[in-house]
Design a protein around this ligand. Structure first.
Ligand code: GLN
Length: 447
């Protein structure tokens, strides 16, 4: 069982920041009674679910894996938590992440790194590394993560599990502690496409508390099983196979393309030269929004307050200096720099122009194709420590994921093979806005 796996292995993998066994067990008992009396109608009634530690749960530690929130218990639930509860699911623990979701390795957590269950000398990816590793290690059946620039898809891919980054607006962000508000989305990670599709149906929908959320079609899981790939047009961006991709990852994704072809799809390669602007555009927009979002952590309203602050300026200065880790500080500084007068036009404004071009390139591609196929990351999981020692290389590793957030598109990451060290390789199916059904159906047909 999940509880046994956690007991036996979480000392090694470190997927969980906090566990709430008692209230989870009580809830499970209540749900069992409802199931027995025929009152519980949801397909997922009684299913335990792990929650990334940046999603607020009333009265439960929600730390963003940061010292600055290491004592923060929110007074309210995120909308997704209410929706899970309405479906009688059982949130039972908070999973580890890169501090404030900034990173690709889950090594920047205040609570120590999570390890990849396939090989504990390697990272699980990030920032939803705890979520992905918990599913891979059977320490959860399903988990909620968040994806700002790949944080669901890349750890899913490094840990050999399936993850969905929904369309921007498909799932309410109310109660998700913001990293970059125009890019953030909550989504599920699970063992396979159907699990992920089912939980996506549970959490999605318009929410008056998130003005960017929108209603979208609730599909039947049976439709996903029935829909087939015959006649579907799939585009493969050539520029997703450029410099830096490992030969094994490229070969594995190309082999998956052939499988999709064998299943009846039309597969075609096309050029997408805008890919070369993906990383700078993303890091400028994400850091600009992050420095604004993180200004609320000041030692007064929430969380950690420095013990030896003398006056008010001191409270702000020392609480933030002591409460934030290095990666977060770096990004706050970068964000303030690109927004500062004198540099705004050269950086932030340029990034917004590039964003326009990225959206245009996807729009054009979707005139021709039903969905797109590409790798999730250029390599399989890195060795622990590698990303931290070469941050630029780590940022470059986000090249295939970040444009999807910039354009607000849905993308499904799923396993497509192994490298010679038996580490999982992932691919992603990128869909039209609010057309999760097509990529989920294709993923189901493939898996
Ligand atoms: N690795 C990316 C970053 O560090 C993406 C993180 C995310 O999606 N939260 O910003």
């Amino acid at each position: 069982s999940v509880a046994k796996a956690i007991e036996q292995n979480d000392g090694t993998y470190n997927c969980y920041v906090s566990l709430d066994k008692e209230s989870a067990l009580q809830k499970a008992e209540r749900v069992q009674k409802k199931i027995d009396s025929g009152e519980a109608t949801s397909l997922f009634a009684g299913v335990p679910i792990a929650i990334k530690d940046n999603i607020c749960e009333k009265g439960k530690l929600t730390s963003c894996s940061s010292k600055i929130l290491s004592n923060f218990k929110p007074p309210y639930n995120a909308t997704v938590i209410n929706k899970l509860n309405d479906a009688d699911m059982v949130p039972f623990g908070k999973v580890n992440m890169d501090e404030f979701a900034m990173g690709s390795t889950t090594e920047t957590s205040f609570y120590g790194p999570t390890k990849n269950p396939w090989d504990v000398t390697k990272v699980p990816g990030g920032s939803s590394g705890g979520a992905a590793a918990s599913v891979a290690a059977d320490e959860s059946l399903i988990a909620l993560g968040s994806d700002t620039g790949g944080s669901i898809r890349q750890p899913a891919s490094f840990c050999g599990v399936t993850g969905l980054k929904p369309t921007y607006g498909a799932v309410s962000r109310y109660g998700l502690i913001a990293y970059a508000s125009s890019l953030d989305q909550i989504g599920p990670l699970g063992k396979d496409v159907l699990d992920v599709a089912g939980v996506f149906n549970v959490i999605k929908g318009k929410d008056v508390k998130d003005g960017t959320s929108m209603e979208s079609e609730v599909f039947d899981l049976a439709d996903i099983k029935l829909d087939n790939l015959k006649g579907k047009k799939i585009g493969i961006p050539n520029d997703y196979f450029g410099e830096g991709i490992s030969a094994e990852v490229a070969a594995s994704v190309k082999a998956a393309a052939q499988t999709l072809k064998d299943l009846g799809a039309d597969v075609e390669e096309f050029d997408m030269p805008i890919v070369k602007y993906a990383i700078p555009t993303y890091y400028i927009i994400a850091c600009a929004e992050a420095c604004s979002n993180l200004s609320r952590f000041d030692g007064i309203k929430y969380g950690y307050k420095s013990k030896d602050a003398f006056n008010l300026t001191d409270v702000y200065f020392k609480s933030r200096s002591e409460g934030f880790g290095m990666e977060v500080k770096k990004r706050i500084m970068l964000g303030n720099f690109v927004l500062s007068s004198g540099y705004f036009d050269a950086y932030y404004k340029k990034a917004l122009q590039a964003k326009g071009l990225i959206c245009k390139a996807f729009n054009e591609a979707f005139q021709k194709y039903d969905f797109l196929l590409g790798p999730v990351a250029p390599t399989t999981a890195l060795k622990m420590g590698e990303g931290l020692s070469d941050p630029l290389a780590m940022y470059l590793g986000d090249i295939y994921t970040v444009m999807i957030n910039i354009a607000g598109l849905p993308s499904l990451a799923l396993p497509c093979g192994f490298d010679t060290n038996s580490m999982p390789i992932g691919m992603q199916l990128i869909g039209k806005p609010f057309d999760e059904k097509t990529i989920l159906s294709a993923g189901y047909a493939y898996q």
